[in-house]
Design a protein around this ligand. Sequence first.
Ligand code: NAI
Ligand code: MG
Length: 351
Amino acid sequence: NDYRIASIPGDGIGVDVTVEARKVLDAAAAKHGFSLAWNEFDWSCERYTKAGAMMPDDGVDQLAAFDGIFLGAVGFPGVPDHVSLWGLLIPLRRAFQQYVNLRPVRLLPGTTSVLAGRSAEELEMVIVRENSEGEYSAIGGRHNTGRPDEFVLQESVFTRVGVERIIRYAFELARTRSGRVTSATKSNGLIHSMPFWDEIFAEVAAGYPDVRAEQCHVDALAARMVQAPERLDVVVGSNLFGDILSDLAAAVTGGLGMAPSGNINPSGEYPSMFEAVHGSAPDIAGQGIANPVAQILAGAMMLEHLGETVAAQAIRTAVDEVLTAGTELTPDLGGTATTTRLGTAVTKALH
Ligand code: NAI
Ligand code: MG
């Protein structure tokens, strides 16, 4: 089997970690009898500063026929973050109906959680974030008077179809895991959107009597993630809530350098896109010391999505082995290895 993959390394450490992840993915493919045909796209903030756009006008069309999209990270000092987000990530997520943002977290061997004493099992969870609507909306505006009466309006958009499909995805996922779903709400403060979300959550839950469903206000849920993570497994939230909770979940387990994510189009009609949760880390860009594990694990998620389950598991096992051995760790993990050395170690550890 041959898969066509569009690679968008982006900016900063996105470039460094993508190189290493591709190395690992190619090696895993060769061992498991398939190959990856990579096409590289230079879409980035760097392109924006030269050409005035993150990607060409027909960018979406150029990617539509690929089997998967592998994204590093975008973001560059001097280019406002809303430009990189709305000029590339959000248009791709929406055009390809990648309405699920999946962020599995687990405590990797050899790493310590800030939650001392918690076992890997207690910390294992997955955040299912709505990825196509909600609070990240361009609707609104600024009443730009420059006087004290100035104000802005920022609208959220929640559709019945959009809310139902993400919640249903979470319930289906829970059936393959612990059988527990927790929904993030805030119906006491957001009196239009969240009661609607809760109502649909209850409707969907009624169709899954075998799954334990509960809802929790997002502030209390954040506290629970730190104080009682063993009570969480599948956590479903809106675009904003899911975004915040998944960074928190990553931070309480192995840290940002270890957390992968997938922007999934469940129907398979369009390509799905895989990336690390972290950004372009301008503070360490160009030094060759970024941790490539998150990007490597994002690659494993991509292979899993393509149906190459055995190769995906082989990559996760190789990462675990290298982290357990502890001799090739990047500075964020307390070691002195470079990005390349850690990538090479994972490649060599593949069975
Ligand atoms: P960041 O994730 O880039 O960095 C936060 C901190 O974590 C930094 O101290 C960084 O050095 C460290 N870090 C992150 N990834 C690491 C890795 N793999 N190895 C070692 N250390 C790592 O978040 P920040 O600083 O808020 O954003 C920087 C830029 O990245 C911004 O322009 C932002 O918009 C962009 N960004 C892009 C994302 C994407 O492309 N999906 C996601 C998040 C941020
Ligand atoms: Mg985020």
